[in-house]
Design a protein around this ligand. Structure first.
Ligand code: G3I
Length: 451
């Protein structure tokens, strides 16, 4: 990709001189317009203070002007949407969906199955596998079903890979400890059944460190390969990317990961970017520090725009005045606007990156729909559905179909042809399976329980 050298040299020089010369960009160009022209999405969280009506008016004014995708910091997590068993609370999520509709924004849903922010009533079912499977299925059916067509993309599973040995997070996760690895497959299958048009992501942190032997990203890539082979309907991976200015190799690691995932038709999204400085350093930070931060933000945007397999660039906050970094991460000043809502060099760097990548040169992984504000990814395919009665699997919407059955470890168990829209599965042992049905251009993936 040929960059416009004069723009980048001039831009970098000006950023090093300090942000003031660049605030003019803030007046004329918006990140969302530049992203939309390129069929891409740039977003930021709605902080919990926004939901509580406890945030400065500048926040929303900037947010709806600069971003075309939105995600809730906490308000669509398990503890917020199902605080007690079977009692769902969609109030805050509905508020965000309404805001997104009013402002032409795509909505990310975060997060369906995560070991953290799980209400105690769920943890109390630890050890009861069938009950927890039912709890997870009911949660996903209800929450994804409630926002069907409104939430374009879900973080179906969040942070299921261990730090350190980079295998599954088998400690501190009620889902993994009680159900095992199959909770991930099931979560994706149930989310797809609840909203077949939603993008379904696996989201994690520290997967911006390369694909080397034993790496966390390498483990995630192996799972994506297996899921795709087994017809598990994952469509994207989210790299959270909570980093520091010293992490200079991470943009190119993200590029390599995007290329690797492209082999499987799975998009890579940056889902929680912030580039923080050590806590307590704010008073000693100068123009050169913020220029370096801007340069690293710019490198991520360059990679994002140059890689055809990337769709969303989401920042885990808008202003340094409201950021989890200070309260929980021992960092600070990691975002695009300072505590007085003034744009920092990082904002200008993103503008410069967009301008250095003309829309004609940027590929989108999405199919632009008529108004291009909410970009649909799936090509519409004929609708088919399946139901199991006893041992007979009936397919509606297709007279004949290819049937493949996989056990919950992804091993093929059976394949056959459903003639006159049904097939008998009498010789399949009792148990849980994933059935994949192909009928012409229509595909359906569904969990079935053979009793
Ligand atoms: O809502 C309660 C409030 O009633 C109570 O008074 C207050 C004080 O205890 O706590 C409030 O809940 C807090 C919640 O944020 C809402 O503000 C929790 O204590 C606090 O732990 C929670 O922190 C969130 C954190 O996830 C939890 O793990 C952060 O805001 C949020 O930014 C952070 O986001 C995560 C992503 O979901 C996943 N990736 C990492 C990212 C950063 O940790």
């Amino acid at each position: 990709m040929k960059l416009n050298r004069s723009v980048s040299r001039f831009a970098l020089g000006a950023v090093l001189l300090g942000a003031s010369a660049w605030n003019t960009f803030a007046a004329e160009e918006t990140l969302r317009d530049l992203a939309k022209e390129r069929g891409r999405y740039i977003g930021a969280i709605l902080n919990s203070e926004w939901f509580r009506g406890d945030i400065e008016p500048e926040f929303e004014q900037i947010h709806k002007t600069q971003f075309n995708t939105v995600v809730a910091e906490n308000e669509m997590k398990f503890d917020a949407t199902e605080p007690s068993e079977g009692q769902f609370n969609y109030t805050y999520g509905d508020k965000m969906v309404q805001y997104a509709k009013e402002n032409g924004m795509r909505v990310r849903g975060h997060a369906l199955a995560w070991h953290s922010q799980v209400p105690n009533w769920v943890n109390n079912y630890k050890g009861q596998k069938e009950k927890l499977l039912q709890v997870l299925k009911t949660h996903i059916d209800s929450v994804v079903g409630h926002w069907k067509g409104d939430v374009a993309e879900w973080d179906v599973v969040n942070e299921a890979v261990n730090d350190g040995d980079h295998t599954w997070r088998d400690q501190g996760s009620v889902w993994f400890e009680t159900i095992g690895e199959e909770f991930l497959d099931s979560a994706f299958v149930w989310a797809h059944a609840a909203d077949p048009d939603a993008e379904l992501c696996y989201n994690d942190y520290a997967i911006e460190w390369g694909l080397g032997q034993g790496s966390k990203a390498g483990f995630v890539l192996e799972q994506v390969k297996r899921w795709k082979e087994n017809g598990i309907p994952i469509t994207c991976v989210g790299t959270q990317t909570h980093i520091e200015i010293a992490h200079e190799t991470t943009p190119e690691n993200v590029r390599a990961f995007a290329k690797a995932l492209a082999e499987y038709g799975v998009t890579l999204n940056i889902t929680e970017l912030d580039i923080g400085f050590p806590n307590g350093s704010a008073s000693s930070l100068g123009a050169a520090d913020y220029a370096k931060q801007g340069h690293l933000y710019r490198q991520f945007m360059d990679v994002f725009l140059e890689e055809p397999n990337m769709g969303e660039f989401v920042i885990w906050g808008l202003t340094d005045a409201h950021s989890w970094l200070d309260a929980q991460q021992g960092k600070t000043q990691g975002l695009l606007w300072d505590k007085q809502y003034k744009p920092k060099p990082a904002f200008d760097s993103l503008i410069v990156s967009f301008k250095a990548h003309p829309a004609s040169e940027v590929v989108t992984p999405y199919k632009l729909d008529k108004d291009t504000t909410s970009i649909a990814r799936h090509v519409e395919s004929p609708r088919i559905s399946a139901s199991l009665v006893g041992r007979t699997l009936s397919i509606s919407g297709a007279s004949s179909a290819k049937i493949e059955l996989f056990d919950m470890q992804g091993r093929p168990v059976f394949s056959g042809k459903a003639e006159s829209s049904s097939i008998n599965l009498s010789n399949i042992a009792e148990g849980l399976y994933v059935v994949r049905i192909h009928a012409g251009s229509a595909n359906l993936i569904q969990r079935i329980a053979i009793k």
